[in-house]
Ligand binder design. Structure first.
Ligand code: 4AD
Ligand code: MG
Length: 477
């Protein structure tokens, strides 16, 4: 063991070995104790400087944020708070960090301030823990699907279709906006554009994933998706990552089983593999909760919430049952909801979703069989002719984390639906082909990755679980 990481050293008991370690100074105390971090763990290793034999000039350069290389001897620690430490023999300053200018000082910074310094916030305990958990979750997701016989499908990022019919897309074009070529009718002539047609950044890889599921059986996407909605909430990003499994021959019940098993599996994975980071985030949240009024505090700690998801069944409730509950609940009767629920058919807002999961059921909930007219065109129509085989998974503190459905596999029904919604059949000819040639029942869903990371880390704002958030009026870095 010569060159190694802080994580390796902290779990080592090969004392009296000569080691080399490189990292960034977190704190330097009493001209003697360096807390060194290299990103391999939330924990720092203590490096004890022999200050009598170190030049004043070097000591001065050991400042918070500086990159250093240390050669020393690994010993059992005499002090409290750590089991091993390094007795420094040689210290080299690799990169200085001027304490007058370095924004990340060893004190509490607000998340707003850190967002403005998103390139440096990763050097704090909270953000390094969040991003390590994010990385571990990503790996757990790939692992889950590969172990369950899925193929990773890379959905295109530039598309000519609007999967959700939401119409809030970022356009992709190489035309000069100051000199747009026009048709006779005065509209923009996209035949002169790069792709010869109007294109946009994808809002979902689902439609393309469906074509692959109809040959490979089980596929999943895991990629960036883009929505140009002007939503300034703690749950919305303009660029976010989505995981979309799509499975041939699965009906809606199978789809719900998959979503539940998948979420439980990846959360139990990080409970096993991210112990130190989750313990830190658990404590952080407890501290944060203490500053809130008693009635706004969460009943469960972060670790309890994660274990709760793994250990309990998600409650499955039809939209119709949910509407009955909401119509008769106190906040609706007392007009506390911003949007009152008066009748069947109303779209659910996040206040309603959160009432159901946080107040009524107090557990993750899967709502299914929504009214057809508040859901996308591709969802399978039920026999009642007015509801579709849609499902949303709702999580406490988050609201909707998954949206999915059984897909309409019947060509004529799908064509009628598209006609009614003015969706051009010619644009989606390839999608309709899957219903013409060997169509079959199939289902899938989309999980918002950042919302999952929020739940897993207890972070209140989605901007704090993605390295460089893109939101309205903000694309710095
Ligand atoms: O419910 P959505 O819009 O569903 C779809 O896109 C389907 N095509 C998925 C499918 O069936 N394959 O989005 C899926 C999930 C939401 O439940 C939410 O977690 C997340 O994506 N999401 C967002 N996350 C962050 N910022 C946004 N603006 C989001 N919009 C959706
Ligand atoms: Mg949705």
């Amino acid at each position: 063991m010569n060159k190694c990481t802080v994580a390796e050293l902290l779990s080592s008991n090969s004392f009296l070995q000569e080691v080399t370690i490189k990292g960034w100074v977190r704190t330097f105390r009493a001209n003697r104790f360096i807390a060194l971090n290299d990103g391999s763990t939330i924990n720092n290793i203590q490096c004890v400087v022999d200050f009598e034999n170190t030049s004043e000039a070097t000591l001065k350069r050991i400042t918070t944020g500086a990159a250093i290389s240390i050669k020393g001897t690994l010993t059992e620690s005499q002090g409290k708070g750590q089991s091993v430490e390094i007795q420094v023999n040689e210290i080299e300053i690799l990169g200085d960090s001027n304490p007058e200018e370095y924004p990340i000082q060893p004190k509490k910074h607000s998340f707003e301030f850190l967002r403005e310094n998103a390139h440096l916030r990763i050097r704090t305990n909270t953000f390094s823990a969040v991003m390590r958990v994010r990385s571990a979750l990503s790996f757990a997701i790939h692992k889950y699907f590969v172990e369950n016989g899925f193929y990773h499908f890379h959905a295109p990022i530039i598309t000519g279709s609007d999967a959700e019919g939401a119409g809030e897309m970022f356009q992709v074009s190489t035309l000069n906006p100051n000199k747009l070529p026009k048709n006779e009718t005065g509209t923009v002539d996209h035949s002169k554009d790069f792709f010869g047609k109007q294109t946009n950044l994808t809002v979902s890889g689902q439609l393309e994933a469906e074509t692959y599921a109809m040959a490979l059986g089980k596929v999943y996407t895991f990629g960036p998706t883009f929505r140009a909605e002007n939503s300034n909430t703690t749950r919305h990003l303009a660029e976010f990552w989505m995981i979309e499994p799509e499975v041939a021959f699965n009906n809606l019940d199978d789809n719900m089983d998959l979503a539940e098993d998948f979420i439980k599996s990846v959360i139990s994975d990080i409970l096993k593999n991210c112990k130190d980071d989750l313990a830190f985030l658990n404590d952080r949240l407890l501290q944060e909760e203490k500053s809130k009024p008693q009635n706004e505090r969460s009943e469960l700690s972060l670790l309890e919430k994660l274990n709760f998801v793994v250990e309990n069944n998600f409650k499955r409730v039809s939209y119709t049952e949910a509407i009955d509950i909401l119509r008769n609940c106190k906040p609706n009767k007392n007009k506390k909801f911003q949007y009152l629920i008066n009748e069947w058919g109303a779209d659910l807002q996040s206040e309603h979703e959160r009432y159901l999961v946080e107040k009524h059921f107090k557990c993750p909930v899967i709502l299914f069989d929504y009214p057809a007219n508040i859901k996308a065109f591709y969802m399978r129509l039920n026999e009642d002719g007015k509801t579709v085989r849609a499902m949303d998974v709702l999580f406490p503190g988050i609201g909707e984390i998954v949206g999915g459905s059984q897909r309409e596999e019947r060509l004529e029904v799908l064509q009628q639906k598209m006609k009614a919604l003015n969706i051009d059949e010619h644009e989606l000819w390839w999608y309709l082909d899957t219903r013409k040639f060997g169509t079959a029942v199939h289902s899938g869903f989309g999980l918002g990755f950042e919302r999952l990371v929020q739940y897993a880390t207890g972070m209140g704002n989605i901007r704090d679980v993605i390295p460089y958030p893109r939101t309205p009026q903000n694309a710095e870095f």
